[in-house]
Design a protein around this ligand. Structure first.
Ligand code: ZN
Length: 323
């Protein structure tokens, strides 16, 4: 979606597009974690759409092209990003891209490419991209995305139309975050993220992961007799009951599944030791699952959080003892 703080930029771009002025290369700049890639994707989708809205220039969301785009299988669209654990975009990635843009297109419309973060092109990759920018294929749009355009070689920068996407105001960031189902207080997250909404969301998710891992560790300590039920329950009574149960139900489900499949499947958030301790008897796992589901029906009752958490932990205890 086009975020509210990007609306003015979208409108200025749309003005040109309504008169058929769309640059063949656009460089989207602006601070990190403020939705530049979202903007780029909305633009790509609308460029490919077979019947976009003339006034808003937004994609129709109904045509074949739009559904192909949403399914990440549009034949006239591709994107280039950093490969996993790599700090640079390498020349082979740009060569593949060049092949793509000079191929004949599948549909009547444009061909669209997103490259992000474009300042991470290594020197060979940058030179290879430069050639494409110098001789742009017909009806092809390259959308380059960068938080640090000063790190780009000037010859690339000068061949693109620049569009600077701003950081949202604090109020805009707050409003966006209220729609995101966060665990932590919005203002705390926003302060930690220096006002950048997508970073605030990421921090919340990381914290959530840490919390989940900690719960698995505490349950393991309980089962090994290193902590008592009361101790663990006191630590966790402040976390919403529904969250606690959902995490555990996911773990138990994945343990049951891997038990049937005979795979060593394991989620990131569950301690491997807990996994090994519990996943040996599938009937125990089913009993634990049923117990947790039963407890789920008490989420909204007046059962005190401490008592609720104690009951929850006792379910694990019981199954680990009856192995
Ligand atoms: Zn469409």
């Amino acid at each position: 979606m086009i975020h509210p703080w990007q609306q003015a930029c979208w409108e200025s771009l749309s003005q040109g597009r309504r008169q058929n002025h769309m640059p063949h290369a656009l460089l989207l700049t602006g601070p990190e974690y403020c939705g530049k890639l979202d903007f780029a994707r909305v633009l790509a989708k609308s460029l490919l759409c077979e019947s976009r809205d003339v006034s808003s220039q937004l994609a129709c969301d109904q045509c074949k092209s739009c559904s192909l785009f949403e399914a990440s299988s549009h034949p006239d669209y591709t994107s280039v990003h950093l490969a996993e654990k790599k700090s640079q975009i390498v020349v082979d990635q740009i060569r593949a891209l060049n092949e793509f843009v000079y191929l004949s297109r599948s549909y009547e419309g444009s061909r669209v490419v997103i490259i992000a973060p474009v300042e991470r092109l290594n020197i060979n990759a940058a030179n290879s991209l430069l050639k494409t920018l110098e001789e742009p294929p017909e009806k092809t749009v390259l959308i380059l995305v960068s938080s640090n355009p000063s790190e780009l070689i000037p010859t690339i920068r000068s061949r693109c139309q620049l569009l600077h996407l701003p950081q949202p105001t604090l109020e805009q960031a707050r409003q966006w975050l209220t729609k995101q189902a966060l665990e932590n207080p919005i203002d705390e997250l926003l302060t930690a993220a220096a006002g950048k909404p997508m970073l605030a969301k990421q921090l919340d998710e990381e914290e959530r992961l840490t919390t989940r891992k900690q719960l698995a560790t505490d349950i393991l300590k309980l089962l090994r007799g290193n902590l008592s039920v009361v101790n663990v329950a006191k630590t966790w009574e402040k976390i919403p009951k529904a969250d606690l149960l959902d995490w555990q139900l996911q773990w138990v489900q994945s343990m049951i599944r891997s038990n049937y499949l005979g795979e060593d499947e394991m989620t990131d958030t569950i301690s491997p030791h807990l996994y090994r301790l519990m996943s040996q008897s599938v009937s125990n796992l089913w009993e634990l699952y049923d117990g947790l589901m039963e407890l789920k029906s008490h989420v909204h009752t007046s059962l005190s959080p401490l008592l609720f958490t104690e009951n929850m932990l006792l379910l694990w205890h019981k199954q680990s003892l009856s192995r």
